[in-house]
Design a protein around this ligand. Sequence first.
Ligand SMILES: [Ca+2]
Length: 326
Amino acid sequence: MTQPIKILLDTDPGGDDSFAFLWLQSLAKQGHAEIVAVTAADGNVRASYTFAASCKLLQLGGYPDVEVGRGVIGGSARQSVEDAGAIHGADGMGNLSHTLPDPHQDYEQARSSDDLIIEKLKAAPGEIVIVAIGPLTNLAAAEQKSPGILKLAKQIVIMGGAFFHHGNVTPEAEFNIAYDPEAAQIVFGACTNLIVMPLDVTHQLVFTPALAQQVSAVNPDHPISQFVVALCRFMVGTALSFREMGGQQGFLVHDAATLAYLFYPETLLFRPMQVEIETKGDWTRGKTVFDRRHGAKLKANSWVALEVDAVNLLAMLVEDLKVLVG
Ligand SMILES: [Ca+2]
């Protein structure tokens, strides 16, 4: 059997984060992944909430011993973009967090996410994949505190950006990048080992109540089954109210695309790009920019996913979630 992939999850749960979280724990349970740490990020909702939600999701999925870092505050102080509590619920989890176990790690005592990233990368240089599914504030803080540290990651898989597709939080920009564009530019400027899952592919990942029912049918009384069904119901409701889905019953599991790259790469097609982040534009702040002209491109910092087999990717997600409740 191949070695499990060592993963540090940087996350701001988040409805779609919750699905990625559960998928990762299923992959760990099956021996494909090892969860090195979880670094909560300021983003969809405030850092104290994303910390609590991360703890709760680890307890729900059976990995309570994984250390959770406390998100670096920065993006929200500089940002002009509001958080996404209206979409994900005030607690980031569809207002369902009261149905989950109490957080077992203390926010005030927790180590800062940037310190945790630095420690884990130094302890295992070249071995750890960072899966970054929130604003890049923590990663940028780690890079500023310890220049060159992010190059010690085996790869950094980012959900973020929009290239040929329009933005979601503004006409041009995607939420994770737009929430803290300066942080994103630090990360894209420091790294050549980036894998990017932009809206171009994630806007096709429509998770539906029917898929949630497929998971639940295996074991309806399992707490994860009940959580998946209830969270799906909530997210579908806000997605409809925000007209994101054109009236379709479903919501987008953006963050799950990162794990598809690592474990089911046959579902994606990529293009190398030198990605830069617009940090100044009045109308384009937070836009991911690349040189789309023809001609020799001398360098690239990223492989960017531009096509996805959404049917098979979602099928893999459902099959793995079934393992978690079976
Ligand atoms: Ca997220």
